[in-house]
Design a protein around this ligand. Structure first.
Ligand code: DGL
Length: 265
């Protein structure tokens, strides 16, 4: 049996992390879970997010989903609820948090921006991340709910409004000395091309996708005998397995084969 990795996000943002993990572990089985009934998580409190993730664990248990690793591919959920959720399960959980450390190492101007949701920019976890890894660097916080909505629409329908995007970028008004922006929301790599061209390529964009794929690979490949056995079996699988998508609300697309589910409130 190959390893089963469940990737979770409020919406389709986590697919940007999923792609990295799939490239690293092409023979693993994947499920993608989006709690789009509560999208955007960026407007929720920590208590609400912990409640939703607790319900997700309940769903995994009642549906008897065998899960080797649960990836919380959502900076908002990870920075708000990781510790609380890890305490509730024995499933290994990998969280996605803003790449402050590599950004601080990369900046030459010593001024970086964290572009994330309002909940991520405000919470204690993020403040501690900045205090620990942003020493000697100015870290400006920029929060956007609008970019999450623009990314959802682009991914699901292919529709994109340049005017809407530019208006939001103007509102954010990133400081002119900034040379690195941390994409601290998994939805934002979907817009990386647009953000990059908005700044004429003058600002480097960093996300956590590749680092998360490395972490998941390391956990599976070095997770002791069990991990090694699973990977050994998985090399017999010749084709990429079909991906299961779960969603808690309807999704405006026909391109994904989605199973609607309900999480208990
Ligand atoms: N994709 C999520 C993140 O990384 C947030 C989107 C939302 O606000 O629901 O933070």
């Amino acid at each position: 049996m190959s390893s089963h990795i469940v990737v979770f996000d409020s919406g389709i943002g986590g697919t940007t992390v999923l792609e990295h993990i799939q490239a690293s572990l092409p023979h693993a089985s994947f499920s993608y879970f989006m709690d789009n009934a509560y999208l955007p998580y960026g407007k929720l409190s920590s208590q609400q997010i912990i409640a939703r993730l607790t319900s997700l664990l309940h769903f995994i248990e009642t549906e008897k989903l065998h899960v080797d690793i649960l990836v919380i591919a959502c900076n908002t959920a990870s920075t708000s609820a990781l510790a609380a959720i890890r305490a509730l399960t024995t499933i290994p959980i990998v969280g996605v948090v803003p790449a402050i450390k590599p950004a601080a190492a990369l900046t030459k101007s010593k001024r970086i921006g964290l572009l994330a949701t309002p909940a991520t920019t405000c919470n204690t976890y993020t403040q501690q991340l900045i205090e620990s890894y942003g020493k000697g660097v100015i870290v400006d916080l920029y929060s956007s709910v609008e970019l999450v909505a623009i990314a959802e629409q682009l991914y699901l329908t292919g529709e994109y409004s340049e005017a809407r995007f530019e208006q939001e970028m103007q509102r954010l008004a990133v400081h002119k000395e900034t040379d690195v922006i941390v994409l601290g929301c998994t939805h934002f790599p979907i817009l990386a091309k647009h953000i990059n061209s908005y700044y004429d390529g003058a600002i480097q964009l960093l996300d956590s996708g590749a680092a998360i794929a490395n972490r998941v690979s390391a956990l599976l490949n070095h997770g002791g005998e069990k991990g090694l056995q699973r990977e050994a079996c998985s090399i017999l699988v010749k084709q990429k397995k079909p991906l299961h998508y779960y969603a808690t609300a309807s999704v405006l697309t026909t391109k994904l084969n989605i199973v609607r589910v309900k999480l208990i409130d």
